[in-house]
Design a protein around this ligand. Structure first.
Ligand code: KG4
Ligand code: ZN
Length: 339
């Protein structure tokens, strides 16, 4: 069965074709990132994002069909991100997917964006098996989930304020780095000296599985104000101290969640999962605790169409893709536990 996946929830337009049930797995995928357009404004401008998605979808679809050697008529279903995300951006993908499916008389599968992220390691050569714990760390969300099967997600803990990616982005801004800040901050941290700048580890010993990152960002702000003008070395040391603090909290809570559930597998998904220091620390501590850690391929860590095509295919396979034919609505705010 061939499932077309459409992602347009934020600033990346993604299209992919996934063949389930022995139909070849991921056949092709294409992505257009709007990062350069938004960089000029220091963050995502929702209206510009929506308009740009409109112009990208048809060329990306053509690219995916050409790369896979399949025609439109070979597609069996169309999956698209229904939420959460920017309402206008979601509407572009949803309208495109529904229109295409209506023209081809195909079923559609609305997909939760975070479900796409947490299932994305299943695209890897060494995939995890259900059940597992998922650490979802993106620009908008930080959650620990117990994943029993497709569509079976229980929330174990989440951020009480900023998401991990948001904390990276805001701290990057404080240090004068451009948008998107996460990768830039991580690169700067590499040249900083570990242990030089000590920052708080919020809620590390709270005894639960929740996170809080806004205090960490404020601690950076206070440090930046104390120092006045920063030289390159000071900026790198602060970036390094910030990364050390956030990584320690994420790693500790994720491993605690795995222990609390009695499971042995941890899946890390979402843009912050691309962070190299996080992977290094997690791999080291998980190995000692005999926990198996799974990451999506780097290209599927951040937003993409492949994870949406995969989630759609798995939902169809599991018989949990239900939706009224022709009816659609986007869900800019949508808890994963309701998906
Ligand atoms: O999953 P994603 O692409 O989009 C959302 O669904 O939000 O995640 C984007 C987030 C941004 O906040 C970005 O700064 C962060 O992931 N990010 C990183 C890294 N790469 C992306 N944060 C830290 N280190 C990285 N290497
Ligand atoms: Zn995402």
């Amino acid at each position: 069965m061939l499932v077309l996946g459409i992602e347009s929830s934020c600033d990346e337009t993604g299209v992919a074709l996934y063949g389930s049930d022995g139909d070849g797995g991921l056949l092709a995928h294409a992505l257009y990132s709007q990062v350069r357009m938004h960089a000029e404004y220091g963050g995502v401008v929702p209206e510009l994002a929506s308009r740009d998605h409109i112009g990208r979808l048809v060329p990306l679809l053509r690219q995916v069909l050409a790369a896979s050697g399949r025609s439109l008529t070979a597609i069996d279903a169309v999956a698209y991100t229904q939420g959460p995300g920017l309402a206008g951006a979601l509407l572009v993908g949803a309208a495109f997917a529904e229109a295409l499916a209506t023209a081809l008389a195909l079923p559609t599968v609305p997909v939760h964006h975070l479900e796409g992220h947490l299932l994305s390691p299943l695209l890897s050569a060494r995939p995890p098996r259900f059940p597992f714990v998922a650490l979802l760390i993106s620009g908008g969300h930080s959650q620990l989930m117990r994943v029993t099967g497709v569509g079976e997600y229980a929330l174990l803990g989440e951020t009480l304020d900023d998401a991990a990616g948001e904390a990276f982005d805001k701290t990057a801004k404080l240090l004068g780095l451009g948008y998107p800040g996460g990768p830039a901050l991580a690169a700067l941290a590499d040249s900083g000296r570990p242990g030089r700048v000590k920052l708080p580890r919020p809620m590390l010993r709270s005894g639960d599985l929740d996170f809080s990152f806004s205090g960490l960002k404020t601690a950076v702000l206070t440090r930046v104000r104390e120092l006045g003008t920063l030289d390159d070395e000071q900026r790198a040391d602060i970036a390094c101290g910030f990364q050390e603090a956030i990584v320690e909290v994420l790693v500790s809570k994720a491993l605690r969640a795995v222990k609390a559930t009695g499971l042995q597998q941890l899946v890390v998904a979402g843009g912050v999962g691309a962070n190299r220091e996080l992977r290094r620390q997690l791999d080291a501590r998980a190995a000692r605790a005999r926990i198996d850690v799974f990451y999506p391929e780097l290209e599927f860590c951040t937003d993409n169409g492949a994870m949406i095509a995969l989630a759609g295919a798995l939902r169809l396979q599991a018989g949990v893709a239900g939706k009224e034919p022709g009816a659609f609505a986007v869900r800019p705010r949508w808890p994963l536990t309701d998906a």
